[in-house]
Design a protein. Structure first.
Length: 169
């Protein structure tokens, strides 16, 4: 199928996708984040190859994003559980090495620069979502914009940050 429009796919499958992710994750905030990540990955997939069945791919991506989210939450619970002994060496996997610390600092600087380059409203939405952890509905109410517009700003910001990261390597 040539010329798949993610916007049209979002209008057609958006509510069904949100319900699907809410059912898998059980948490509206995680479902909203997973929805955004799903569309971001869908955009990347569509830029690499033609897709014959975009709805099927969208839900396959969503399923994978949900599994990854659940696994991350499971690891976080193990890490931060009271009385649980977790070998941090296994979790950190060598991140204490000075070279890795330097790389991480450089990546953070690139990310901060990319965020600074965003248009003001897009940056504000992105920061409220990613750094303050506000749900999309609350951001929309606070800024007087639609939830759909919040999602578009976040996707735009994520794409911009990813492009900036890739351009620097």
């Amino acid at each position: 199928m040539q010329g798949v429009s993610v916007d049209a796919l979002h209008r057609r499958e958006g509510l069904k996708l949100q319900r699907f992710l809410l059912r898998l994750l059980g948490n509206p905030t995680d479902a909203a984040d997973a929805t955004q990540e799903t569309y971001l990955r869908m955009l990347a997939a569509l830029s690499r190859t033609p897709v014959e069945h975009p709805s099927a791919l969208l839900f396959r991506i969503a399923h994978n994003v949900a599994l990854r989210t659940r696994n991350r939450h499971r690891l976080e619970r193990r890490l931060f559980a009271d009385g649980s002994e977790v070998d941090l060496v296994d979790v950190i996997d060598g991140f204490a090495l000075p070279e890795r610390q330097l790389i991480a600092q450089q990546e953070l600087k690139r990310l901060a620069t990319a965020i600074d380059q965003l248009p003001p409203r897009c940056r504000e939405v992105f920061l409220l979502s990613r750094f303050e952890g506000l749900p999309n509905g609350e951001i929309a109410a606070r800024l007087g914009i639609s939830r759909n517009m919040v999602e578009k700003h976040i996707i735009r910001a994520l794409l911009h940050c990813r492009r900036c990261q890739l351009n620097d390597f």
